[in-house]
Design a protein around this ligand. Structure first.
Ligand SMILES: *Cc1c(COP(=O)(O)O)cnc(C)c1O
Length: 238
């Protein structure tokens, strides 16, 4: 039987190979294990195999898992990333429980998160979500708005802007996929050249199916779910 630890090691090897192929050190790409829909026991198995960063899409589900893992005395503190949409009525939960939020695409959400981030916690680490390939209905800001939004977010006292995040649609072939990934990295490079934003260090890009191409383009953080935990079962969701 293939275990979560086996699959985690397989994904780590795949990241190292893709990085080597791109002439980048393997340590330049951080692995975020996306545990949405999987139980706390699955997170525990990955944590015991050495995984530290976990991503959740559904905020309430994530908060419950964060509490469950924190209560396990033999699990060292984990880093939790919110990678799902954040409605206004959920910002407080994100600010109080997560370490990172990747899906900021408007100032209002960022302001609420900054206002609600508890003083005893370090600043919430955030990424600006950009939409390089979708229409107006897709989440993420337009690349043309990214600089203004990034500058405004960088001024919020309880947030630390780390970079950009994107969820490009699948493309018909590898060259088209790479081109879209490169557009995301180009937005990141533009932001990093702005005054005060030279500390940006994160491109959150690539999932199980497209991580090789994302790493070739310059992703620094891949978000991998099914590659580690197996296929998701959404039947329990409304
Ligand atoms: C579910 C999800 C992932 C992981 O997807 P896999 O295809 O299972 O690797 C990554 N990023 C986001 C934003 C997701 O919602």
């Amino acid at each position: 039987m293939t275990t979560i630890a086996d699959q985690l090691h397989h994904v780590q090897a795949q990241i190292a190979a893709a990085a080597a192929q791109a002439g980048r050190p393997p340590a330049a790409v951080r692995l975020l294990a996306v545990s949405k829909t999987f139980p706390a026991t699955a997170v525990r198995a990955a944590a015991l195999a050495g995984q530290r960063d976990f991503g959740e899409n559904y905020i309430q589900e994530g908060v419950e898992k964060i509490a469950a893992l924190r209560a396990m005395a033999d699990i060292a503190p984990l880093t939790w990333h919110c990678i799902g949409p954040i409605q206004s009525n959920k910002t407080r939960l994100v600010a109080e429980h997560f370490d990172w939020a990747h899906t900021i695409d408007r100032l209002k959400t960022a302001q609420r998160l900054s206002d609600q981030r508890p003083a005893h916690l370090p600043p919430l680490q955030v990424c600006l979500q950009v939409n390089v390939d979708g229409g107006a209905t897709k989440a993420g800001c337009n690349p043309a708005e990214a600089a203004e939004l990034a500058r405004a977010i960088a001024h919020l006292p309880r947030l630390q802007l780390r970079g950009v995040m994107s969820i490009p649609d699948p493309q018909p072939d590898a060259a088209a996929m790479l081109a879209v990934h490169q557009q995301v990295v180009a937005v990141f490079d533009t932001l990093r050249r702005l005054p005060g934003l030279d500390g940006l260090d994160t491109v959150s890009l690539g999932m199980t199916a497209d991580m090789d191409s994302a790493i070739a383009a310059g992703s620094t953080l891949v978000r991998v779910g099914s590659g580690i935990f197996g296929e998701r079962d959404y039947s329990g969701r409304p």
